[in-house]
Design a protein around this ligand. Structure first.
Ligand code: ZN
Length: 281
């Protein structure tokens, strides 16, 4: 136990300050994206099998959707620059900029030294959900992805269809490399359709049944050429547990769309980050 200082309540009552005010963050032109998404042509679709993952490619300037089909299902999404796997989605900084859960108008940022938008969320049929009475919301950048290492620590055994392993197999197959070479590229995810938060009393990460239903989708605009990988989590709708074959699981559909010619006139792909990279030397 620690000693409580006399001014404890005064110190607690200091109001919070937003770490990263986003007023100066370059804003995506949502009007342009909204007009462009009015007329889209589907160019590709990939069905991700339950408890497995698949990769897909989205050219810069195209849109992609992750669609719920058959039943409530959570997906774990990784994104890389298609030409440079070192530029990958950075959940931590995305969380610092936009908050714990993402929705329409927010962006998925890439790792240092790139730190630029990789994708912009252009539509989210679960946007109505907001924050529920438990502090839960949808599409988090909190959780890391279910993985066999944590599962082994907590429960022992060797479960091979955690999202981490699914993403690793899918990326290895796509690149034509051994699993050990693909695994370091797998990173913390956007938890698509997953409903999560932190308990108010203990601050623990919680999940609850996803509100997603077949037909729901989240849609992204690719700001750069993207390689994506999506795992249909073994947790299914994540209402009870993950990292096992116990939950009912469903496939997820990824669809890629091309806008009409001229629809993106005025769109400028994101530039490399402006920091000079000298770190004081
Ligand atoms: Zn998972």
């Amino acid at each position: 136990m620690t000693t409580r200082p006399e001014d404890a309540e005064t110190r607690r009552d200091v109001p919070p300050v937003i770490c990263y005010p986003v007023e100066t963050l370059p804003q995506p032109d949502m009007g342009l994206y909204t007009r462009a998404r009015d007329r889209l042509t589907k160019t590709e679709e990939v069905l991700v099998a339950p408890r497995d993952a698949a990769t897909f490619h989205v050219p810069a300037g195209h849109f992609f959707r992750i669609v719920s089909v058959e039943g409530p299902q959570v997906g774990d999404l990784n994104l890389w620059h298609a030409d440079d796997l070192s530029e990958r989605f950075y959940t931590g900084k995305t969380r610092a900029l936009h908050g714990t859960h993402l929705t329409t108008g927010q962006q998925m940022w890439s790792a240092f030294p790139h730190l630029r938008p990789m994708a912009t969320i252009t539509h989210d049929t679960l946007g109505w959900y907001g924050i529920d009475r438990y502090g839960g919301s949808v599409h988090d950048v909190i959780g890391t992805r279910c993985d066999p290492y944590t599962h082994n620590l907590l429960k022992g055994g060797h479960y091979h269809h955690c999202c981490h392993s699914n993403l690793t197999r899918a990326l290895a197959d796509h690149l034509g490399v051994p699993l050990a070479q693909a695994e370091p590229h797998v990173h913390d995810v956007l938890n698509v359709f997953m409903c999560t938060g932190f308990t108010r009393d203990t601050g623990q990460y919680f999940m609850k049944a996803s509100p997603v239903r077949p037909g729901d989708y989240i849609e992204f605009f690719a700001e750069v050429d993207l390689l994506g990988a999506l795992s249909a989590c073994p947790g299914g709708d994540c209402s009870s547990e993950h990292s096992s074959d116990a939950a009912a699981c469903h496939p997820l559909l990824v669809e890629v769309f091309k806008p009409e010619g001229g629809a993106l006139d005025g769109w400028v792909p994101p530039a490399a980050n402006g920091y000079d990279g000298t770190h004081g030397r």
